[in-house]
Design a protein around this ligand. Sequence first.
Ligand code: SF4
Length: 363
Amino acid sequence: MKYLTPDYYPHFHCKISQCRTDCCTGWPVSFSISEYFRLLSVECSPEIRRKLDIALHLTEHPTEDDYAMLLHSYTGNCPLRLSDGRCGLQADAGENALPAVCRLYPRGIRKGECSCANSCEAVVELLARAEPIRFVILDLETEYPPDTRIHFFETAGREMEIRLWLIHFMQDRRFSLGHRLAMMGTALRDMDEALSAKDHRRVEELLNEPWQIAPPPLKGDAFPIVRRMLELLKSDSMQDYAEMALDNFSAEKYKGKDAADEKLRQAEPNWESWFENLLVNHMFFSQFPFQDRPVSLKDETEALYAVYAMLRFLTIGAGNGDKEKTTDAIAALFRLVDHTAFDRYAVPVLHKIGADPRALLTI
Ligand code: SF4
């Protein structure tokens, strides 16, 4: 079947034992009723059988898609994970024995498109390059049905064109990332008005006429806003990095933008194209701005501003100029952003702080 994918997609490989923050640790694995009964009877060794019988539990409120889960050991590790990082169930009974979430992660398969989540360390490393992401059509075999959409937006039937049009703004390297986001935000506001008015001629115009509007000046101070957001947004995966960054910024370790950028350059000389690729990949993976939740396009934009600001804050403040630490801080941030309804509660948090979301772009 043909899928639109980012060009790194065929090059993704799990790092298994080389992975510093593996997805088998600290993350509950839940699966459907059919997968549960398949795991109850899967052919495997007595050792794996014993571990499965101990770890398999029904979820608190079982539904057909979210029926049971694998309870982790007291170390937070999946009890089926072997010491060499491989999955014991897969090693014993083959890939087909695995629940979909274990087989697919970090891949996301949607109707006609596939991509990977930034919450996976290997994906974050693949995106650390000078070249922008290109989107290509690939012929892919997958027996997994694409995720079915629950929430629908008015898109004049041009959803993918609109999404790639917005990504185009993020890849315009004549401008800084903050200015690109500001321009993308203005463009999406105009598109939102045209879509809400069902003005298809205006939609056509926006998609095909060169963008004439210059980037707006960025003003305000992002640091106090991000600091407050990190204090309010509790996330197990991100907490350590948030505390490290908050401490370092309180100690005024990275005074001024130049010193901050220098820290990032030490970690990755192409840090700006790396961050561009991370934001573009997140936009594609999450189907920005049409995420499968009833969130306004304006709130989706402001949530993306928050992602950018937290990305800069955590990588400068907790990456400390080290490539691995910076990569780990990024993957931790996207565990929160890509796998929770972050876009839904980011803006209420900003309102609670009384912050102007555009100030986030000054970071
Ligand atoms: S986080 Fe990515 S690289 Fe690490 S174990 Fe999971 S899939 Fe593999």
